[in-house]
Structure formats: structure tokens, C-alpha cells
Design a protein around this ligand. Sequence first.
Ligand code: SAH
Ligand code: SF4
Length: 383
Amino acid sequence: MTANLLDYDLEGLTVFCERLGEKRYRAVQLFRWIHQKGASSFDAMSDLAKSLREKLKVCAQVSAPPILSQHISADGTIKWLLDVGAGNAVETVFIPEEDRGTLCISSQAGCAMGCRFCSTGHQGFSRNLTTGEIVGQLWFAEHFLRKHFQRDERVISNVVLMGMGEPLQNYVQLLPALRVMLDDHGYGLSRRRVTVSTSGVVPKMDQLAQDCPVALAVSLHAPSDALRDELVPLNKKYGIAELLDACNRYLAYAPRDFITFEYCMLAGVNDQAEHAHQLVRLVRHYANGSGVWCKFNLIAFNPFPQSGLIRSAPEQIQAFARILTDAGIVTTIRKTRGDDIDAACGQLAGEVKDRTHIAERIARQRTFMFKPVSVSNQSVKET
Ligand code: SAH
Ligand code: SF4
């Protein structure tokens, strides 16, 4: 069987090379060719011994999920839909800003958490992505964008696990992927610039703190258990008090001295002044008054028909933010980006699709619609 080298962090690749009878430092060379130069052809790896290249050709490949479609928004946001097989597709979104380039990546095909306001949740769970499929999103995007912008240096400065899926429900595959992102021989991103977003899988938050404490965002969405139970079903297992305890424990290891709470603004559901005041009390009075060091990120709900929910009006979001900031809590309102291409994180083309629809769409795109804009996996293979 051919191994996909995108499945390995440096330690894994070292074991792989040793099994081929190669010295450890060969793994570093190989790793750098793949992640720093974007190479997928072993012939291109000119400083590897010919004998190793021949061995690799037989037993290995560097393979990211194929791109089904690419949409470029007027504001520069780029969204790719990737084929992960058996009728499943996941999305990856690049968000350029003046001082950074953020890649939002997916961790699962679908999601089992079933949050009410999330189109991925409405699709149900299909499967966990492999490490190679998670890393492959960054590998493809980084090297595609370098070509696209004709830059030799890094284009993606930040990675957020805010695409499809609950990353902490795919911990085993996620961990090596995070290590590839942080590795100086890989993408060299600092722990502050890689953010895992979770709906609150408490035991895995503790594990992440030990194994690889990157920045953490927690999807809170409600100030009380009664409301959060309705919006985020996982709350019935790990309620708010337990979740905030876990946040406080995480903070001892986190690269930043705060947790980001994400809060999706749903008209008439969780966006009233009373909810904001409740939130202030919650995070202030928590842990016998010592509170939780946190920042709020308010997200305008990205509507989709089956949700039966409505996005809060901008004035409502502003007013809500003011209550939090007046109480001294740093609060940002997430800019909507790529609206014209439905590129909000957590959305797949802004519509709920059951898997049959995705399969149909994949078939259609393969046959008629999609002609990549001079992009395909092939175009980045020979760098
Ligand atoms: N499963 C993880 C990460 C993926 S979702 C989590 O839930 O945190 C990333 C973010 O997008 C989460 O904060 C999620 O609540 C939010 N989100 C999901 N659907 C949304 C929608 N329709 N509109 C706005 N934000 C949404
Ligand atoms: Fe899953 Fe996150 Fe969507 Fe909830 S919000 S269903 S955890 S992807």
C-alpha cells in the first residue's frame, strides 16, 4: 500500500524513513520538500539520494484531496470545495487581511454535534478526516497561493479549525496535523496563530492542553444551560459550569492569556440585552468571583433555510457588544467576509445538503461545471 506522506508529522515521517532503512535526517529533508516547498514529485527532491527517491516512488505519495470548485469573492476571500470521496465534500476558506492571511480548515466530513444554527450540523456526520486530509488543505492552499500571488514567502500566517466538523471529536488525526503546522521544518506557525474551535468537548480540551496547547476558541452561544442545551446539544453532556472550568484549566497552558468565546447572534433567541447581562455575570462571577479571562467574538448568524432562525440586526449586535465592552470585556464583531460566495466558516455553500445532494453536486461539477481557474492539485505539484 502506498503511504500518503501528508499523514505524518515529523516524528511519524522519521519512523517511516527508518523503516525504509534511511537515516533520521532524511526525514527532515523530505518533510521540508513537502511542506516548505510544496513538492509532491519525488524526482523534484534533488538533494535526496536517487536510491531513496526510487524507493519512495514505489511506496509513497504526497496527495491532498482533489479540488472540486474554487470561488473567489470580491473581497479576495477564496473558498475551495474538496472531494474527500464517497460523495463527501469539505470546504477550506482563505481570508486575506492587511496584516495576515487566515486559512479556515475542516476537520470532519459533516458533524455529529447537531448544533441548531449550523448547516454542517444539519447534514449529520459522515466521517473523520485523516491527518493527510487536514494537512492537505493547508499544503494545497499555501502553495497554490504562493503561485497565485507570485510570492516566495509564506502567505498563510494563521490557521483556524473553524470549517466543517468538531476538531476535538477527531483528536487522533488532528494532533499530528497541528504538529505539522507548528513544526519549524513544516509551516512554522506559532501556537498563537493556530486556533482550534470547539463546541466544548471538555476531556479533549484537557488533553489538548497537555499535548499541543494552541489558541482555543469555544463556541458558547448562550449564557444559560437551558438555552445552550437547545442550541448546542453537547451542552447536555458538558454543561456551562464544567465548560468554564475546562477553559480555566486550559488557560494555564494556552499561548494567549484569554479564551475566545464565539457567540452566534440569533434574532430573538440569544441576542437580547438580558442575555448580554447574563453573560457578563457568568464570566465575571465564575470560579467564586475570579472569573474567566476571555474575549467575545460575536458572529452574525449565516442563515440557511432549514434552520428556522434569523440573523440579528446589525444594531442589535452593536448594542449587545456595547453591554459586554461597557463591562470591560473585550468584544469583537466578526466581519462577514466572502458573503457573495457563502464563505462563512461552518457553512457549505450556505445550504444544507444531505449526502445525496453532495454526491450529485460532485458528479455535476466533475462533468460540466468546474474548470479550475488554472488551479488543480497538479498545478502545485511540480514546484
Ligand atoms: N465545531 C467547531 C468548529 C467549527 S464551527 C465549533 O463548533 O466551534 C466554527 C464556528 O462557526 C463556531 O463558532 C460555530 O458555532 C460557528 N457557526 C456554525 N454555523 C454558523 C452559522 N450558520 N452562522 C454563523 N456561525 C456559525
Ligand atoms: Fe459541529 Fe461546530 Fe457545527 Fe456544532 S457548530 S454542528 S460542533 S461544526
